[in-house]
Design a binder for this molecule. Structure first.
Ligand code: CP
Length: 312
């Protein structure tokens, strides 16, 4: 990897996949592919980001994303610090901007933030000098998840352009769906979405997705089938009659996956509600790439930290 790669990534922050060009995404994926090997070594560490400081500021629960950013930073030798809402002075009434400005006063290079409110990462960029990476903001976007999903598909299919990607479930509340629709269409794939009518937001077609009225229509001859978690924490009212009914019509099972291409891969961003959006046998079966998504999450976040901090 060369310094040229860092100079070609013209972004101080990562807020949305809308902001990245096709070339930017290609660069992240190629840098991630080259950094992935580091995690297979017996000593999983390179000095690339020594002396850099990354703060993970999480106002919502997370297993994969928070740990993945922490591992990614540590494998590049950056110093990392984690702060969760439950143990921060936000509990004492401090505003988000004040929290961020106080963290910024300790001179971090990057703040990785997850927050229930859409637009929070963008807001922080107006108040602090550090780079800001969006680790999921409300129902808006989860750009690093979109990038790791692109990387996983690229690895399995050797390309993204021309593929058909079916995204099934709670499209309305899913930041993962929004980032993936933007990312996959930008890279030349066709994206179809399906789910209960109450969970398909008006205007989703404007992002480039084809809205299908049945799951069969979405999955038919697809190369990639992605199930989404039902985001009950973002629903103010019950938008599906029952989880059992949801599973019956929109849960991905061996019967529904039969309509996809024989070599179609099954994805899920996690955490999975087993037996609701995805049959456990499929989640653990040979077509599932769910844990590979998690592995690639580390590589993608190493690449993002490298590119954003301009390491050499
Ligand atoms: N995919 C994802 O964002 O998982 P976490 O909520 O565990 O970070």
């Amino acid at each position: 990897m060369t310094m040229e790669a860092a100079h070609r990534f013209p972004h101080k922050h990562l807020l949305s996949l809308e902001d990245l060009s096709r070339d930017d995404i290609g660069l992240v994926l190629s840098v991630a592919a080259s950094l992935k090997e580091i995690s297979t070594r017996s000593i999983k560490k390179v000095p690339t980001l020594r002396g850099k400081t990354v703060i993970n500021l999480f106002f919502e629960p997370s297993t994969r994303t928070r740990l993945s950013f922490e591992i990614a930073a540590k494998r590049m030798s950056a110093d990392t610090y984690n702060i969760a809402a439950a143990t921060s002075s936000a509990r004492k009434g401090e505003s988000l901007v004040d929290t961020a400005r106080n963290l910024a006063a300790m001179a971090p290079d990057v703040i990785v933030i997850r927050h229930a409110c859409s637009g929070t990462p963008q807001l922080l960029t107006n108040h602090i000098d550090a780079s800001v990476i969006n680790a999921g903001d409300g129902a808006h976007e989860h750009p690093s998840q979109g990038l790791l999903d692109l990387m996983t598909v690229q690895e399995h299919k050797g390309r993204i352009a021309g593929l058909t990607v079916a995204i099934i479930g709670d499209i309305a509340h899913s930041r993962v769906a929004h980032s993936n629709i933007i990312g996959f269409t930008k890279m030349g794939a066709r994206v179809r979405v399906a789910g209960p009518a109450t969970l398909i937001p008006p205007g989703i077609a404007r992002l480039g997705a084809q809205v299908c009225s049945t799951m069969h229509e979405a999955v038919d001859n697809a190369d990639v089938v992605m199930a989404l978690r039902i985001q009950t924490e973002r629903q103010n009212e019950s938008l599906v009659p029952s989880l059992r009914e949801y599973a019956r019509f929109f849960g991905i099972s061996s019967r529904t996956i039969a309509a996809a291409k024989p070599d179609a891969i099954i994805m899920h961003p996690g955490p999975i509600n087993r037996g609701v959006e995805l049959d456990p046998a499929l989640a653990d079966g040979p077509r599932s790439v769910i844990l590979e998504q998690v592995t690639n999450g580390v590589a993608v976040r190493m690449a993002l930290l490298y590119l954003i901090m301009g390491g050499n």
